[in-house]
Design a protein around this ligand. Sequence first.
Ligand code: NDP
Length: 281
Amino acid sequence: MIKQLGILGYPLGHTISPVFQQAALDYYSLAVRYTAWPTTQDSLPDRLKTLRSNEYLGANVTIPYKEQVVPMLDKVEGYAAKVGAVNTIVKDGEILVGHNTDVSGFVRSLKKEGFVARDKSALIMGAGGAARAAAFGLVGEGMSDITIANRTKERANDLAREINHLDIINKVCSVAWSSLFTAAKGVDLIVNATSIGMKYTVDSELTPLSRNAISPTTLVYDMVYIPAETPLICEARAAGANVLGGLPMLIYQGAVSLELWTGREAPIEVMFGAARKALEP
Ligand code: NDP
């Protein structure tokens, strides 16, 4: 029997997960098909019920369900419990177990870039699922000073408060969205965890920061991966800063998911190759 994997979210028109996950499954000649499952709010419970049947190995979860699926699962492990968001469901018999591989995908992409977070400072823009993954990942890596800015200030306040309650040595604070310029100056790392700059959205032409707010010593990390050269990445380059786009995180979080489902080492280069081809204009 061909086993099934897939990504559930809504809408799913631009997801490239099926392309690079299928390439990895085919690399090992596994009889597994990975497909996109556009899942409306009403059909989410049925989709999860279907996952319990034999032919399914698990799923990826994306916007807008990463937090919503948590109480619908039997168990939530590791960072998924801390972050309160699940992007990967793994079957253990009939049991559905939630994991969060966004955190390790984010951390691994930074390490590959040679960035050491310990005792450094960061500005995270956003307070949704991606920002939460970045914040918990950086805290886990020993970053000493994190500022969170979000359009809806209360969400940034809540995230900062939550992390500070962990009672670790990191200093996490929140600032108003209007203070971005000041907060950005001189930090070691700026993370865009908003959807600003993402193709196919109303904000595709926008950048949260312009070049005069970015220091040349900063690494600017844009989690948006379509397009590769977002308006923020262009501004950061113009400021002389180092840049990192969202594709490596996408691949690394997918790689950890694949390893959880199949127990095989993810063929990273095969996955990168398939993803880059799918993103070609
Ligand atoms: P959420 O919907 O959970 O959060 C969206 C965030 O963007 C919120 O903080 C929201 O602010 C902010 N935002 C949206 N529009 C604007 C705007 N016009 N001005 C200011 N802030 C805005 O999404 P996610 O956190 O899951 O994803 C965020 C981005 O990260 C997406 O583009 C996604 O594609 C990308 N991502 C990339 C990954 C990768 O592997 N590279 C993995 C996960 C996400 P507010 O709270 O005020 O609404």
